[in-house]
Ligand binder design. Sequence first.
Ligand SMILES: Nc1nc2c(ncn2[C@@H]2O[C@H](COP(=O)(O)OP(=O)(O)OP(=O)(O)O)[C@@H](O)[C@H]2O)c(=O)[nH]1
Length: 441
Amino acid sequence: MNISKILLIIMLMQLMLASVSLAKEPIIASAITEEPANEKALLPLPAVSLLPINEDLLAILTQLKQASIDEQKIARALEQLTLATTPLNAAEQYLLLVTQALFKENAIANGVEHSSHNKQSREIIVLLEQALKLSAQISAQQLHQPNFLQLHLILAVHYAQQGQFDLAYLEKKSYLKKYYSYRKAKRLAMIASLEQSFTVHDKKASNSLLASQNKLKIRRVAEVQEQKATQQYNFTLIISTAIVFVLLFFRQLKIRNKLIRLTRTDALTGLANRSALFEHGEHMVASFIEQPEELSILLLDLDHFKKINDDFGEQVGDEILRVIAQLVKETMRSRDVFYRLGGEEFVAILPFADSNKAKAIAMRINEKIAQHDFSLLILQSRVTVSIGVATMASNKLTFEQVLHCADLAMYQAKELGRNSVVCYQNIAQAQERRGNTNSVK
Ligand SMILES: Nc1nc2c(ncn2[C@@H]2O[C@H](COP(=O)(O)OP(=O)(O)OP(=O)(O)O)[C@@H](O)[C@H]2O)c(=O)[nH]1
């Protein structure tokens, strides 16, 4: 035996040891066996269709891998398969030959076969070489499967037994190459499947995340809308309440003003009444005290009004009072204010009017009333008034004092025969003159 043969045997032994461990523990083997450096160069198996395999055949293959087998039963099954009328495809024929080889191996191991060891080994090789010829009709992917791969392993053993170490080496190498390829394809398929399941899982997770985010968003939008609606409702409520309050306030103000106006208005004539007279009068007199301009007051009293009431009734008397109020208002200037003092007495405050101007206004009033035709109300066509005039010049009197002066002047007018105008100034001057005369006497 030369050195090259010895080296070949050593390598074959190593390969056999490796293949045995790989066949028993494929996963561990792949982990402990160094994969060839050019593993990347091994292309994944093309996705071609695999030929269908008869289930009985697969069952026999499985049984043959077990420790104890029922040889007769397997022989019968093999015979049935061989004689079957249904034609077997290339892959089935391949596996049938492998099965027959294995069965033969089993028979040798159990001492059932009596022919010589070498002869048996050659028969096995013949069977397996026949199977190898069918490889061209089977896809590489199917040939890389363990059931198909084992052919190379068995063949390598029997080549070695026959002393054909180079062939045994090549078969072992072929086995390992195909086995690595099968393992890699399986690993890649597993990685792809894992990646796919991970992607699906990831997508499902992100979908559920998106769904819950959407739900959250929808809930937030609903909450914001609810808040807005509540705010709008509250705002509307506040505004409505405010409007109601403002309206109530203005209504109250209006009623109050009306009441104030009513309390200061004479119901019969519509003129400002006695309380308004004293309030305004005091205010106006106070404002004229420091001014050089003069302020005058007229006190007007109807003549013989009791007789009118007695003769024509109080309703007629009321109507006459209204007519008098209207006539006086028409006669006065816009700045003058006319009041009903009470009963048949009226007062006019004339700002910026000295005694002459006031007397002129009083005379105009007097004449207007005297000339008015009352025949529609009473038999007598004439109604007259007596007017007292008082002026606040530099004498700094209070309102009540000025009014009192006008009252005195009005009584003077009554004494003088009514339907006349008397200025308090004249009375005062006359009194003064009388006083001087008495002091001279
Ligand atoms: N119709 C009517 N009469 C009133 C009203 N207020 C007072 N009188 C009446 O006016 C009359 C006033 O009478 P007197 O004070 O005597 O004065 P007079 O009759 O006008 O006489 P002289 O003033 O002296 O000219 C009374 O009869 C009162 O009843 C009123 O609002 N309406």
